[in-house]
Ligand binder design. Structure first.
Ligand code: DGL
Length: 273
C-alpha cells in the first residue's frame, strides 16, 4: 500500500503527521525529523534546500510515493528544487494549502502570517496568497521565539503568553484589520488555545486561525482516498519514525505533539553529499 513520507526539521512536523493519521488512519507513514540540523528557521535558503534534498532522498529510498514537506521553512525555500529533483514522486508543501485555506476564510482580505524568520523573508505565503487572491493584503511577522517555547513544553505558561501577546501587539500595530491568521510554522498549532484567546483580546474580534497541518491533510485527500476513517478496511497503517540525532529526546518531547505512544524512533545518519 502507498507510503507517505513526512519530513520536518525536527518534531514540529508531528502536528502534520497527526492531522494526516487522524484523517487517513490506514495510510502508511514514514516520518523524518532532521534534528541534527534543527532549527531551519534561522538558516539560509541554500542550506535549508541542501538539507531538504538529502532528507527527501531518504524517504524516497524507503519507498515513499508521496512526500509531505511538513516544515514551513523547507516548503518556502526548497519545494521547487525538491519537485524538480524527485520528479517521479509527488512532493507537496504546506504553504499552498495554508494560503488556500486563508483565502477561503478571510472576509476583510487582510491576512496575517506568523512563522520563522526564513519563512517570512522568503515571502512564500505572500506569493501563494497573491496567486490566489491578488487583492488580499498580507502582513507577515517572524515569531521565532515560539519554537523553543513549544519544544520546552511551555504550552500554557506565563512566558509563552507574554511572548505571544508581544508578537500579536506588533502585528496589530502593523495591520489592525486582520481577520485571518496563518499559523505558518509546524509548532504553532500546539499553541492554538492561547492564540485564539489572545488574538480575540488584541484584535477585538474573532480571528480565524489557519492551521497548515489541517490544510495539508485536506490537500492529500485525492492521493489517499480509501484510507479515511469511515472506509478503511485494515485498521491502522504502519508508522515509522526516524531522526538524524537524539532519538531519545525526540521521543520525550514528541508527547506534546503526538498523543499516542510512539513506536521506537530510529536514528539515521544522513551525511551531506
Ligand atoms: N519546522 C519549522 C517550520 O515549520 C520550525 C522549526 C525550525 O526552525 O526548524 O518552519
Amino acid at each position: 500500500m502507498s507510503k507517505v513520507g513526512i519530513f520536518d526539521s525536527g518534531l514540529g512536523g508531528l502536528t502534520v503527521a497527526r492531522a494526516i493519521a487522524r484523517r487517513f488512519p490506514a495510510s502508511n507513514l514514514i516520518y523524518l525529523g532532521d534534528t541534527a540540523r534543527l532549527p531551519y528557521g534561522a538558516k539560509s535558503e541554500e542550506a535549508v534546500t541542501r538539507y531538504a534534498v538529502r532528507c527527501v532522498r531518504y524517504l524516497v529510498e524507503l519507498g515513499a510515493e508521496t512526500i509531505v514537506v511538513a516544515c514551513n521553512t523547507a516548503s518556502a525555500c526548497a519545494l521547487p528544487t525538491l519537485q524538480a529533483t524527485y520528479g517521479k514522486t509527488r512532493v507537496l508543501g504546506v504553504i499552498e494549502p495554508g494560503a488556500r485555506a486563508a483565502v477561503a476564510a478571510t472576509t476583510s482580505g487582510a491576512i496575517g502570517v506568523i512563522g520563522t524568520e526564513r519563512t517570512v523573508s522568503s515571502r512564500g505565503y505572500h506569493n501563494a496568497i497573491a496567486a490566489l487572491a491578488p487583492d488580499a493584503r498580507v502582513t507577515a511577522l517572524a515569531t521565532p521565539v515560539l519554537v523553543p517555547l513549544v519544544e520546552t513544553g511551555w504550552i500554557d505558561h506565563p512566558v509563552t503568553r507574554l511572548t505571544i501577546e508581544t508578537y500579536l501587539q506588533e502585528l496589530h500595530s502593523a495591520a489592525p484589520g486582520i481577520d485571518t491568521l496563518v499559523l505558518g510554522c509546524t509548532h504553532y498549532p500546539v499553541l492554538r488555545t492561547l492564540l485564539t484567546e489572545l488574538t480575540t483580546a488584541i484584535f477585538g474580534r474573532t480571528v480565524h486561525l489557519v492551521d497548515s497541518a489541517e490544510a495539508i491533510a485536506e490537500a492529500l485527500a485525492p492521493a489517499l482516498m480509501g484510507l479515511r476513517s469511515g472506509d478503511r478496511q485494515g485498521g491502522l497503517g504502519e508508522r515509522h519514525f526516524a531522526v538524524t540525532d537524539l532519538p531519545a529526546s525526540f521521543a520525550k518531547v514528541a508527547a506534546t505533539f503526538w498523543p499516542e505512544t510512539l513506536p521506537p524512533v530510529e536514528a539515521v545518519d544522513l551525511t551531506m553529499d
